[in-house]
Design a protein around this ligand. Sequence first.
Ligand SMILES: NC(=O)c1ccc[n+]([C@@H]2O[C@H](COP(=O)([O-])OP(=O)(O)OC[C@H]3O[C@@H](n4cnc5c(N)ncnc54)[C@H](OP(=O)(O)O)[C@@H]3O)[C@@H](O)[C@H]2O)c1
Length: 248
Amino acid sequence: MPLNVVILGGTKGIGRALARRLAARGDRVHLLGRDVEDLARCAADLQARMPTPSPVTFSVCDLERPETFAPAVSAAATELGGFDTFVVTAGLFATQPQLEADRAFTLRLLTVNFAHTILLCEHVRSYLLARSGGTLCVFSSVAGDRGRKPVILYGATKAGLTAYLEGLDHKFRAAGLRTICVKPGFVRTGMTEGLPEPPFAADPDQVATTVVRAIDRGTPVVYAPPIWALVMLVIRWLPRAAMRKVGF
Ligand SMILES: NC(=O)c1ccc[n+]([C@@H]2O[C@H](COP(=O)([O-])OP(=O)(O)OC[C@H]3O[C@@H](n4cnc5c(N)ncnc54)[C@H](OP(=O)(O)O)[C@@H]3O)[C@@H](O)[C@H]2O)c1
């Protein structure tokens, strides 16, 4: 059965790779985002990739404007005739030095990545539970697994998001809500442009492959690419004294 998928963040990076993969296998996609022209371009691109022609629709949802959340969920449901899968890849990033030097952007990042993403998820949770279930797949990060010097603020937003998603999974899985928390490592996208590449850097397509499999299986936590599960297992067990000394 093809999925009816809503994607916030499908205009760029990992979200775009994921949207293309889902459209190419025949899933129906509704895009959410903040730039209408970009959304229209991406919708046309996805439509051209579908095995059988089917319209790819879109509507506005801006993570900085919570008043857009309820209308966006409702528009997506109307356009798709109901949806069973909701993916959030949208998010903000800046380096730790950039954030330490810019309190206004820090507030935006904390708000978008944590408070507003969770608020949006609450709208989606209510919608999916009212139709007796579905999948909520949200992009956190390996940066949320441990407090680390280069990603103190960004990592804190992802740690909070990860905890929220785990709580949802514990409480609502039995009622049919499949919560998927995606934790990518370093991925080559606009978000990481210009940053030095660590080992195991991946392309968006690699992450998309892992995430599609997780959506199909309902895997609650997924490291992408999977090697990051091992890397983070080691990092999570490093003693605090060692973490103070190392630079990552
Ligand atoms: N890339 C990595 O190495 C990496 C690693 C770990 C986790 N992640 C996480 O994975 C997710 C996807 O990352 P990516 O690398 O694909 O990022 P990206 O290429 O920068 O794409 C980010 C997407 O988020 C959208 N977005 C940003 N602010 C928004 C807002 N206020 N409202 C609605 N949409 C907004 C962007 O839309 P516009 O086109 O309108 O800007 C874009 O579509 C993020 O949550 C990120 O934190 C990424």
